[in-house]
Design a protein around this ligand. Structure first.
Ligand SMILES: Cc1cc2nc3c(=O)[nH]c(=O)nc-3n(C[C@H](O)[C@H](O)[C@H](O)COP(=O)(O)OP(=O)(O)OC[C@H]3O[C@@H](n4cnc5c(N)ncnc54)[C@H](O)[C@@H]3O)c2cc1C
Length: 396
């Protein structure tokens, strides 16, 4: 019988963990400087070469067990990979979901589904990096989503619309959350939702249409339209009607990983602001000698360290299989805010040059703002803390 892990036995390493992985990620990122990202953004292009380099190094398969061809690393290693990518000035948003969406298949898929999909995802031949939850009308109120999947013989027929589905035009498969039992026929509103693996290649043009969505950053977001797309019943993950639970299971991993990117962003902004503040001389002294310049950078650094510690705790609890939702949500909010404060300090430190594209500050500033909205917005995290951590009445 396996012994349950006790909270007091969970330890959190201090200092730079996974140093070899971090060093190797830094080397890869050095080949993709600011000019690479600026050029992509101008062309609204996908970072194919960057994603290929990460895939070939095996980093996007970090969390897939070795038996399916992945590296079988703990979540904290994947977090370190993403943190370093962002601390290097790069952006993992084009491919980070390849790391974690497969978790739903791994945890809730059948043996046949795991054998069929995971090795291809691990090698990068198969891209599973689109996740269709958000809809235009229901927003954060996920259980009200309107996309319907109706069983018809050995298929489900899907009608509905998703919005902000990132990378759908750069993915072979999409994890889709759809309603299989109407809301007025279920006991609990979280029942009656199901998760499917939609083969985009097979459905495209046959009841599935995907349109790019112009956005503030080069994130490859799309609108997805289902008009009678046929999804084989064998592509249902787990049991029909239990999909909401399966999606929730994956959210903690996703939030830990995205928060690690925010920590990486914060470190990039701080490093960049400090370097500029030392070099830039105005009124015959480096601007970094002024407390008005120093203090916002110093404050953001302190916030980053605090958020990083809480994030490490959250990842350690996740890996130990202990409840981690409270720490994950708090770390997500603090990391996204630390990154934003570092971004603000950095752009202000650069004065007018903060607006010059060649410094990359304005690009990273726009990119990191997203972290306070997606994958979950700050207000929803605060509602979670108020209700689930502090025991206050549910506010919505
Ligand atoms: C670039 C980008 C990429 C994305 N990628 C994906 C993706 O791949 N897949 C996917 O499914 N989704 C994706 N999203 C969607 C994202 O997860 C949502 O935008 C986000 O969760 C917020 O939902 P919403 O936009 O519907 O806001 P709404 O739910 O309409 O909320 C709007 C505002 O009101 C606040 N609010 C709402 N209800 C309450 C309340 N009860 N109390 C207090 N405040 C409240 C929210 O916090 C928010 O600030 C992406 C979004 C963006 C911008």
């Amino acid at each position: 019988m396996t012994q349950a892990v006790r909270l007091e036995d969970v330890s959190v390493p201090l200092g730079e963990d996974f140093p070899e992985i971090r060093e190797s990620v830094r080397k890869i990122c050095a080949n993709f400087p600011g000019a690479y990202w600026r050029d992509l953004e101008q062309r609204e292009a996908y970072p194919t070469e960057f994603v290929r380099a990460l895939t070939e190094a095996g980093y996007l398969a970090a969390l897939i067990p070795e038996e399916y061809g992945g590296a079988g690393l703990p979540l904290r290693a994947a977090a370190a990979i993403l943190e370093e990518i962002h601390a290097s000035g790069c952006n993992a948003g084009a491919c980070h979901a390849q790391m974690y969406i497969m978790g739903t298949v791994l945890r809730h898929g059948s043996d046949e589904q795991k054998r069929r999909y995971l090795p291809g995802i691990a090698s990068g031949e198969l891209r599973l990096q689109a996740f269709g939850v958000t809809e235009p009308t229901s927003g954060t109120d996920t259980t009200k989503l309107k996309t319907r999947a109706v069983r018809n013989g050995d298929h489900y027929v899907v009608h509905g619309q998703k919005v902000w589905t990132s990378r759908a035009l750069h993915s072979d498969l999409m994890l889709l959350l759809a309603r299989t039992t109407p809301l007025d026929q279920v006991k609990k509103k979280t029942d009656g939702l199901s998760v499917f693996l939609v083969d985009i290649r097979e459905c495209m043009g046959k009841g599935l249409e995907i349109k790019p969505l112009k956005a503030m950053i080069n994130h490859h977001a799309t609108e997805v339209f289902f008009d009678g797309a046929r999804v084989p019943a064998e592509n249902l993950i787990g049991e029909e009607g239990k999909g909401f639970r399966y999606i929730l299971d994956g959210l903690n991993a996703e939030r830990i990983l995205v928060s690690s990117e925010a920590i990486g962003d914060a470190r990039w902004f701080t490093k960049t602001a400090v370097a500029y503040a030392r070099d830039r001389v105005v009124f015959d002294r480096p601007i970094g000698q002024n407390q008005g310049i120093q203090f916002p950078i110093a404050r953001a650094h302190a916030e980053t360290e605090a958020a990083s510690m809480l994030l490490r705790k959250a990842a350690a609890l996740f890996t130990a299989g202990l409840p981690c939702g409270d720490d994950v949500n708090m770390a997500k909010m603090l990391a996204s805010e630390a990154a934003w404060h570092a971004a603000e300090a950095c752009i202000q430190t650069h004065g007018g040059f903060g607006y010059a594209k060649e410094y990359d500050v304005e690009r990273k500033w726009r990119e990191t703002r997203l972290m306070q909205i997606a994958p979950i917005s700050t207000n929803l995290v605060l509602s979670y803390i108020a209700e689930h951590v502090l025991g206050l009445p549910r506010s919505y």
